[in-house]
Ligand binder design. Sequence first.
Ligand code: ZN
Length: 319
Amino acid sequence: MNTHGIIINTTDLKSYPFWAEKAKAANINTIGLHIYPVDEYNELLDFIKSDTGLEFLEKCKNLGIEIEYEMHAMSHLLPRDLFHKNPEMFRLDENGNRVKESNFCLQSKEAFDIIAENTIRIAKEMCPSTSRYFLWADDGTPWCKCDKCKELSESDQSMLVDNFILKTLKTIDKNASLSHLSYFNTLKPPTVIKPEKDIFLEYAPISRNYDIPYKEQTGDCKDNFELFNENLKIFPVETAQVLEYWLDVSLFSSWKKPAIKLPFKKDIVFEDVKTYREKGINNITSFFCFVDNEYIDNFGFPETELNTYGEILHSSMNK
Ligand SMILES: [Zn+2]
């Protein structure tokens, strides 16, 4: 299956009862549920267990829409309140201090044991219909700087942990595959640690420019297009996924509410999708966050934008 997806927040999901229908009408076949802010894990979990949530999941199933869970999961895999018990599990910062914020120390076996335990729990609580899992590191934050860890780049540290999480997932789901999030401080591909089979690239160029086509953003441009090509030398293209922001009200609102009206640029989406397809990319998704009650009251549901996006994805398939 080629993924044509949107990613929405818990609040968006709870705000609006017609996500499944709107996705279907727009030829979107996958809805990714995203947690933002990151402490909304229990809110999403409570919702998908509620009558309304179960009804939503059932509706998606009947309409052939897959459900996935995409989240910065590290603080749920290794809860930060364990810091006082064993600081050695946590990250060493640039100044040589153990800090509870941001990822963890890869030299700690105890940390990996706890991460394994919580991987299993989360995979059962938020079970994707596709067996594709998205348990990302902390959001754009640094990795460990202890003498041993710092021999690996941030992308390599992240890759090592992804391989471990995948191995853990396989114990309960033999079809499991796991995203390696190429984003912000891990946008460069890993160079030392190789992705295991069933790790797939998820490429999210958050700092790129949305006013010009991505393939023109080379050289000094932020999150330049060459980095995408570099990643495709390491990860299989067939399973790679692009996670874009063309529809992301939250990005264009700088993650502050009240949100601004989505500045949707059809021509850019068209050009970018063409570029990604030319590279052989099958799976394309976009954040579509902050479309909540308040947004819909102010601007209406961005139906034209969603339908146009879906149509561009769909019609690019046969080219
Ligand atoms: Zn370390």
